[in-house]
Design a protein around this ligand. Structure first.
Ligand SMILES: [Zn+2]
Length: 126
């Protein structure tokens, strides 16, 4: 009788240990996935093209204000994010787009033909 109780207790402990082990493995796996995803998406440069002109590259890590297209639009890069602060376009879609910082995100000002996109490390090194 005594021995049987010990056995049941032992099985319970082993089961608990297994569950904890599985949870730890899942947690580690999820953390790695999250870190890889975050660094993958992190933008490095801002590519700005006005009309058919040359693409200008600005670093996302350097804060600054850039007057575009002879003053129709003003782009701000601050704290690793890029956003349009001023625009004379009628729809103001570019201003309303808000802040972009992840690879592949874009701000487009169709009326003024301004295209802004975020480049990740891979695209910059290419
Ligand atoms: Zn616009």
């Amino acid at each position: 009788m005594q021995e049987k109780e010990v056995n049941v207790e032992g099985k319970r402990r082993r089961l608990l240990a297994d569950v904890i082990l599985i949870l730890v493995i899942l947690a580690i796996g999820f953390s790695v996935f999250l870190i890889v995803r975050l660094t993958e998406d992190e933008g490095v440069m801002v590519a700005v093209r006005v009309g058919d002109g040359e693409e200008q590259l600005y670093s996302l890590s350097v804060d600054g204000e850039y007057v575009l297209n002879g003053g129709t639009n003003k782009l701000v890069i601050s704290g690793g994010e890029a956003y349009m602060v001023e625009a004379n376009c009628p729809d103001r879609t570019c201003v309303r787009t808000g802040k972009i910082s992840k690879t592949g995100e874009k701000i487009v000002c169709l009326p003024n033909k301004i295209y802004i996109s975020i480049l990740g490390a891979e695209e910059v090194l290419r």
